[in-house]
Design a protein around this ligand. Structure first.
Ligand SMILES: C[S@@+](CC[C@H](N)C(=O)[O-])C[C@H]1O[C@@H](n2cnc3c(N)ncnc32)[C@H](O)[C@@H]1O
Length: 329
């Protein structure tokens, strides 16, 4: 590719994101379940016909919508992900990406100062509406990952799972749904657990999934677990907190128990996978010490703590990185 074209490709990325975000915000996807003209969509949603037509054309160009004889619709596969009642709706995740846009505009400030521009923990602890949106988005994003991890991990034998920083509890709930003997505890800060409880109810798993309020930088995790999950939490903190958490996980596991760390983690050079390298910027803007800690570093944390059978692999999900270790018997 010519370099000017490559620069153009990177530059237009945010414009395509804006098309997706705008269609989601204006509820355009929900209006495309069957073939409709731009005028019909505009009339139904109170939008301009001129703008709507251009948006629908762009969505078609992106390969999301289909246009036939002047009418647009979303193929069934896309409806699953983009409509409100799709079985894998990503609407809340797209909304979070939109909420993060103003933060990304502050990137120069972060590069200049090296300090965060907005505290995600302040949002989670003190801003109920934004917290709810964030936790709902985690659920949308986490679903595929829960299935991909379940394929790779020997979960069948696990009886007692601790989901550290579990947020909505997506992993605990999906795995408990899959394995009828599995009991799970979602550990998180109290306001987030109020949202987790709504998910536990929605999954109808109150008899096997419960919650434990706490601050994992200060509190212990209890004991008696044969499986501990840390999904998308270590990247919110610096190395010291990460090591401490791995240590606490080790203490809380039964001999033979397994720790699973899922999250953004770069290669040794910290330049890839690209989404992990980009995420390191994202989390740098939202936390004090967060980073997509490289795989090798995280594996060393497990090794130095005493874990054995340490393994790293990637799954086709967001994010891709998984590291596991077993507490010796
Ligand atoms: C990015 S979310 C990940 C949620 C979930 N594990 C997932 O992957 O979908 C991080 C979660 O960690 C929780 N968390 C962050 N710091 C925490 C702390 N110090 N103590 C307890 N929970 C914390 C947040 O409240 C949030 O629910």
């Amino acid at each position: 590719m010519e370099l000017d074209k490559e620069i153009g490709k990177w530059l237009s990325g945010y414009q395509q994101a804006c098309v997706l975000i705008t269609a989601n915000k204006l509820k355009v996807f929900d209006a495309l379940k069957s073939p409709v003209t731009a005028g019909e969509v505009a009339g139904k949603l109170g939008l301009s016909e001129k703008g709507t037509e251009r948006l629908l054309n762009a969505l078609t160009g992106m390969g999301i919508a289909v246009k036939n004889d002047g009418k647009f619709h979303l193929p069934e596969e896309w409806q699953r992900y983009l409509t409100k009642d799709g079985d894998h709706s990503m609407q809340q995740w797209i909304r979070l990406s939109s909420d993060l846009m103003p933060v990304w505009l502050e990137l120069p400030k972060f590069i200049q100062s090296g300090t965060m521009v907005k505290s995600i923990m302040d949002v989670l602890g003190n801003q109920p509406e934004e917290m709810r949106a964030f936790i709902d988005a985690m659920h949308d994003k986490g679903l595929t990952a829960t299935w991909m991890l379940a394929r790779e991990l020997p979960l069948d034998d696990a009886k007692n799972l601790l989901d550290v920083g579990g947020g909505p509890g997506t992993y605990a709930l999906e795995w408990a749904k899959l394995h009828k003997r599995l009991k799970a505890t979602i550990f998180d800060i109290p306001p987030v657990l109020e949202v987790a409880k709504t998910y536990i109810k929605r999954y109808d798993l109150e008899d096997r999934v419960d919650t434990m309020p706490g601050d994992f930088t200060k509190d212990g995790f209890g004991t008696g677990y044969d499986l501990i999950l840390m999904a998308n939490v270590l990247h919110m903190y610096d190395e010291k907190v990460g090591r401490d958490m791995i240590g606490k996980g080790f203490k809380s596991l039964e001999p033979g128990g397994r720790l699973v760390v899922h999250g953004f983690c770069t290669d040794d050079e910290e330049t890839g996978p690209l989404e992990d390298a980009i995420f390191s910027l994202n989390i740098g803007m939202l936390t004090q010490g967060g980073r997509a800690h490289p795989v090798k570093e995280k594996m060393q944390w497990l090794e130095k703590t005493g874990f054995k059978d340490i393994r790293h692999f990637r799954v086709q999900a967001m994010p891709t990185g998984v590291i596991t270790g077993v507490k010796p018997k």
